[in-house]
Design a binder for this molecule. Structure first.
Ligand code: SOE
Length: 387
């Protein structure tokens, strides 16, 4: 049994989710190498030392350049806001480290291309953490599609709704500042839908869409900042929101299917409603992350009179990842998707092959996002750039 030293950059919401996955993966999956939680990195020395102790890291660093240079680290995990992804990833690749980078890969297509090319040059394992690909029900949907059970795919309908910033008094956190996040709902949550659509249906060739901001001013976040999730503390001053609250777009897939995408963070009552429906010539599949253990399926070949959407509880032993956890019906949660990502990343490192989503997948997703933004400027269809 071998181990690989991990260095994590970022220790807030995604840092906590990734740390949990590194702690858990070897307890449930037979991974070789096993991750060794060497150091977590953050600019605030006291805060990152506290995070190291809380999250189970051996040590901490305050400079990512020192972290990537450490001989006891073989994998660098980038769980920072988007404005830091490129610099940290390029430094880690230059140091010959394997890399896991949070989604979306970059804040611009040019950055994504530079990162994709650098990963290719470095010849290491490089993966993007679109974790919803590793929901067992999503993997099972892929199995159903690949087995031809719903026939030729004609329609993708991706709807990702949240409401955590519906309150106009919610502070101006980094996800609402273009210089840090790159975009709003488009890059934060529509990116997940685009990645799932690419995984389940195929590549996208052109798009046309809208991007809207409804709450343009918000209270500036206090220095104390928010917790490790999506919470934050409002200060007295007001600041400008510089990203989209919502986006909707149409898409054409290379295989002839049509797609609709909607993503907003202003949908009261929808906490993390990442859903999709796929219609094929022989059936349909529907998924909703808020009921992530379930997959709805419809098959036209079911006997007349017995046809209808049925709900599969994707927790049986022969369902993806399920055998490693609990007996059928003892459901999984959001955090298990990150454990599955790390399990597949360890397998990729063992095999010397980048698991999907690779950095090319990250680039292709970024290209769709950039084309949507371009279509808004041009008021017309935009072609999606290819690698
Ligand atoms: C906020 O919209 C957020 O935390 C996203 O940044 C994550 O990628 C998504 O998984 C949950 O919602």
């Amino acid at each position: 049994m071998s181990t690989i030293g991990v260095g994590l950059v970022g220790y807030k919401f995604m840092g906590r989710a990734h740390s949990n996955a590194y702690r858990q993966v070897a307890h449930f999956f037979d991974v070789d190498p096993k991750p060794r939680m060497v150091a977590v990195c953050g600019r605030n020395a006291q805060a990152v030392e506290e995070a190291a102790a809380l999250l189970g890291w051996e040590g901490s660093e305050t400079d990512y350049r020192k972290l990537v240079a450490r001989d006891d680290i073989g994998l660098v995990d980038v769980a920072t806001p988007g404005d830091l992804h490129k610099d940290v990833v390029l430094a880690a690749l230059a140091a010959g480290k394997h890399v896991l980078c949070e989604k979306p890969l970059a804040n611009t297509l040019a950055e994504a291309r530079e990162m994709m090319d650098a990963a290719e040059q470095a010849g290491v394992v490089a993966m993007v953490n679109f974790n919803y690909r590793r929901v067992p029900a999503v993997q099972f949907a892929k199995r159903i599609i690949d087995d031809g059970l719903i026939g030729e795919i004609r329609h993708w309908r991706g709807i990702y709704l949240q409401d955590w910033i519906n309150d106009p008094n919610f502070p101006l956190v980094w996800r609402m500042r273009k210089e840090i996040a790159g975009s709003g709902a488009l890059g934060d949550i529509a990116a997940h839908s685009v990645d799932l659509a690419r995984f389940l249906v195929g590549d996208i060739t052109e798009v046309v869409g809208t991007m809207d901001t409804y709450i343009r001013q918000r209270p500036v976040e206090t220095e104390s900042g928010g917790g490790a999730g999506l919470s934050a503390e409002a200060g007295q001053e007001m600041g400008e929101v510089t990203v989209d609250d919502a986006t909707t777009f149409l898409a054409r897939f290379a295989n002839g299917a049509s797609g609709t995408f909607e993503a907003t963070r202003l949908a009261p009552g929808r906490r993390n409603y990442n859903s999709f429906e796929i219609n094929g010539s022989r059936g349909s599949i529907a998924f909703n992350l808020e009921r992530l253990n379930e997959l709805q399926v419809y098959f036209v070949d079911d006997p007349a009179g017995l046809q209808g959407f049925r709900t599969i509880n994707v927790t049986d032993a022969d369902h993806p990842y399920a055998a490693a956890w609990w007996p059928a019906g003892h459901i999984l949660g959001y955090e298990h998707t990150f454990v599955h990502v790390i399990k597949d990343l360890m397998d990729g490192i063992a095999a010397g092959k980048s698991p999907h989503p690779t950095f090319e997948d990250g680039f292709r997703c970024q290209a769709v996002l950039e084309a949507v933004a371009q279509s808004v400027v041009d008021h017309g269809w935009a072609t999606v750039e290819q690698p």
